[in-house]
Design a protein around this ligand. Sequence first.
Ligand code: FPP
Length: 249
Amino acid sequence: MASPSARPALAAVGSPVPAHVAIIMDGNGRWASARGLPRAAGHRAGRDAVRRTVEAARELGVDVLTLYAFSTENWRRPSDEVGALLALLHEAVLAEAEELHRSGIQLRVCGALDGLAPETRAELDRVVALTSGGAALILNIAFNYGSRAELARAARLLAADVAAGARTPESIDEAAVAARLYTAGLPDPDLLIRTGREQRLSNFLLWQCAYAELVFLDVLWPDFGRDHLVAAIATYQQRQRRFGAAPGG
Ligand code: FPP
């Protein structure tokens, strides 16, 4: 992975390019309704936007792209929409596997995968293994993901270690928690983008986005493309990141 200083200064986007971009892809349903189409058609159009965004992120020199594809709360949607979303993910992974591999894109998945159908789980495992050597971009799909559930899971894992005598409560620090999140080993997001005009985090990467720059865009996800990503990165580049330090410090 490129170090920040080695990151190419791309004329189109300036510098620095955020190492990790996370996106809440919102607005598929409204995009479909505006066209008199079923919500599933919006999700299918959203898949094309995913393809454009992955390609653009790779070209622009982003190291990690995390996409919120399905939340633990999305199970509350009508069963036909849930079925359509699950089928879409399965199809997309199946259809894009070879292209991801050829393009050097490493697929990862974060979330409670035991909630998935065994065939989808097996397909994901296959493509994650196939692409594991990819060095151009890590594409991290948050699937059946919820930040609070992720933090509760980390707490359970640490409590089990303490109960087994493998560690003391005092030894539990931020690094110990971070190492038990689904994102262990990945840098925290530098830039979080949400499309679809809403301005909230919706239980997405709450721990990891402690210092992320937030950019909310007035575009529905199926209309998102390279230009929107470039614009969000340009906004990010105008922010002064302080990580709690004094201005100018
Ligand atoms: C939110 O829009 C979007 C989702 C819940 C699903 C996102 C899924 C995709 C873009 C499909 C393809 C993904 C991959 C990784 C292949 P919404 O339905 O909440 O829209 P609304 O707010 O307009 O109702």
